[in-house]
Every structure is written in C-alpha cells, then in structure tokens.
Design a protein around this ligand. Structure first.
Ligand code: SF4
Length: 316
C-alpha cells in the first residue's frame, strides 16, 4: 500500500493486520495504531500519533512498530564505545531494530531477522540466536553477565522508536542513548532515564532533503530533541555530526548555532570509508575543510574531530 494509492485516512486501521509499516506507505499521524494488529509484537498499544508528527520526510526505510512491553533487538554484546568523547569506555550495547531515517552513509544493519544476535562472552565473536522480540526482563537477563560497565549503550537503528520499552528497563549501569534526534515526543518519555546522550545532528543533505519544508521540519524536530535531552546536572548530552564530502560547512555552522546551548561539546566525525565502498576515500570530507570548520566552531563551543575508532581495530 502506497500513499499515492490510498490515503491512510480512507482506511480503517482496525481492518489492517501488519507486521511492518513503512512511513512512506501511510501517514501514521492519521492512524490509530492501538487498533492495528501487529503480529510481530505481542503488545501493540503504541499511541504512535504521539510522535508521528515528528517523523522527518522522506523516511523511506521500513520501520517496525514498537510495542510497550517488547522490542525487536538486533544485537546484544559487550565492547567499548568507539565514537565521541567517551571513546574506549566499556559498555554493553543494545542495538534495536528499525529506523525512521535513511542516511546516505548508513552502515548499520538494523533489519529485524526475527532473532537477536547475543554474544554472552565479550570479544569472543561467538553469538547465540535469541528469539525476538525481547521483553524488558529478558533483555536485563542478557545484560546481567556484563560487569564493570561505564554504561549501557542504547543504539540502533533508532532506539527512540522504543522509548516506552526503554522506560521499563531496570539496569544498574547508566543509560547511554545514541539517537538520530528526530523524535522529540519519544525523547520526552525517557528524558529522566538517560544519563548520556550521543545525539546526531543529521545534516539535511545527508538525508537527501531538498524541499524547504522538509528541511525546516527536520531541523525543528532535531533542535526540539536536543532541547528536551539537553545537558544538565545529571545528564551529559553532546552532538555528533558525520562529515562527508557532501557536508556543507554553512549547514554545520547553522546546526551548531541552533543546539550549542544544549550540548557539552560537538564532535565532527569523518565519514568512515568501508571496504569496497563506491567512491572510496573521495566520499570523505577533506582534512583541510574539517580543520577549518573546527576552528570556526571553537569560537562557539568545545569541538573535536574524532573518527570511528572501533573500525580501526575491528571490534564490534
Ligand atoms: S539514523 Fe543511524 S541507523 Fe538510521 S539510517 Fe541514519 S545512520 Fe542508519
């Protein structure tokens, strides 16, 4: 079903049984998802209208409708943080399935294959398949063997799609949210639960947003998210901007202007070139551009250039 064929307002959602819904297929703001039967997830009461208006356009990736009690989790493992100011910190990682964006440089497999890859012994590269979706209690049990953690990284995909589920987690280690920062109403649900926020500012060009309205909506949602999850006495929120050759320095300056009051620092992260990637190193932002940009941003806020370090030594 595509939006060009039928408007969501023309159908009764109670007549529809879905396991996945693409944002490009229906206008979710017009659908009461509490009436939709979601075969993949036992509990499907999510009032998606609470955050539907926050979906930036276009969002062409298929997303999984999350439930309150269960969530599709792609991977659970223990490693070290590879990005940003907490690089090297020991973390357990929970990679949720599903994302509401489709970034040009995305290198993450966040599809839901029906099972979660679980590495019980850190660094072993030996994975067990655990059936999805997981309950909060099941996830807590999977994380239980991991000791001496700085924090538990909630990543994806987009973890804020599963904010209700995250709100039910009871973990001893602090929560470290890695988010694309485009779902402010979802962010509001867990703002008092997360201690670290690694928030992306996705540049409109990275999402292929060309229409002015779409760009403005995207920026409004992103700034709204940073405002809700801002740095305060109990939370450190910082901003990461992935820099490719397409990244426009003026866009970065304007993005940082908009969120500088809410974050402790800004990380310029050079796009990682993957083996066999089309364009190779030519897709990267030139060193000179990054260094000059950092110099300009330092006039406003602590700004660091940090590449993805986990890619350098092959850890997860
Ligand atoms: S937000 Fe993250 S997971 Fe989603 S498409 Fe962009 S890079 Fe990939």
């Amino acid at each position: 079903m595509y939006s060009s064929e039928v408007s969501a307002s023309e159908v009764s959602a109670s007549e529809v049984s879905v396991s996945e819904v693409s944002v490009s297929e229906v206008s979710v703001s017009e659908v009461s998802v509490s009436e939709v039967s979601v075969s993949e997830l036992p509990v499907s009461e999510l009032p998606i209208s609470e955050f539907s208006a926050s979906f930036p356009t276009p969002a062409t990736e298929r997303i999984i409708i999350p439930g309150r009690e269960f969530a599709p989790v792609r991977e659970v493992f223990c490693s070290v943080q590879g990005e940003g100011p907490y690089v090297g910190a020991r973390q357990a990682f929970v990679r949720f399935s599903g994302c509401n964006l489709k970034c040009k440089y995305c290198d993450t497999d966040f599809a839901n294959p029906g099972t979660c890859d679980y590495e019980p012994a850190e660094g072993s590269a030996s994975f067990e398949k655990v059936p999805n979706p997981l309950s909060a209690r099941q996830l807590e049990a999977l994380l239980q063997p991991f000791k001496n953690l700085h924090s538990v990284s909630l990543t994806g995909g987009e973890p804020l799609l599963h904010a209700d589920f995250i709100g039910k987690l009871d973990l001893s280690a602090p929560l470290y949210l890695e988010s694309n920062m485009t779902l402010p109403e979802q962010a509001r649900k867990i703002k008092d639960r997360v201690v670290y926020v690694a928030g992306d500012f996705k540049l409109p060009e990275a999402l292929g947003l060309k229409k002015r309205d779409a760009r403005e909506d995207h920026i409004e949602n992103t700034v709204g998210c940073f405002k809700i999850l801002r740095t305060n006495e109990t939370r450190d929120c910082f901003c990461k901007i992935v820099m490719s050759r397409d990244s426009d320095s003026a866009s970065v300056l304007s993005a940082v202007d908009a969120i500088a009051d809410y974050v402790s620092c800004v990380i310029l992260q050079p796009e990682t070139v993957m083996e066999g990637q089309a364009g190779g190193i030519n897709t990267q932002s030139p060193v000179k551009t990054l260094i000059e940009l950092q110099n300009m941003l330092l006039e406003k806020i602590d700004t660091r250039i940090i590449p993805q370090t986990h890619r350098m030594w092959g850890c997860l």
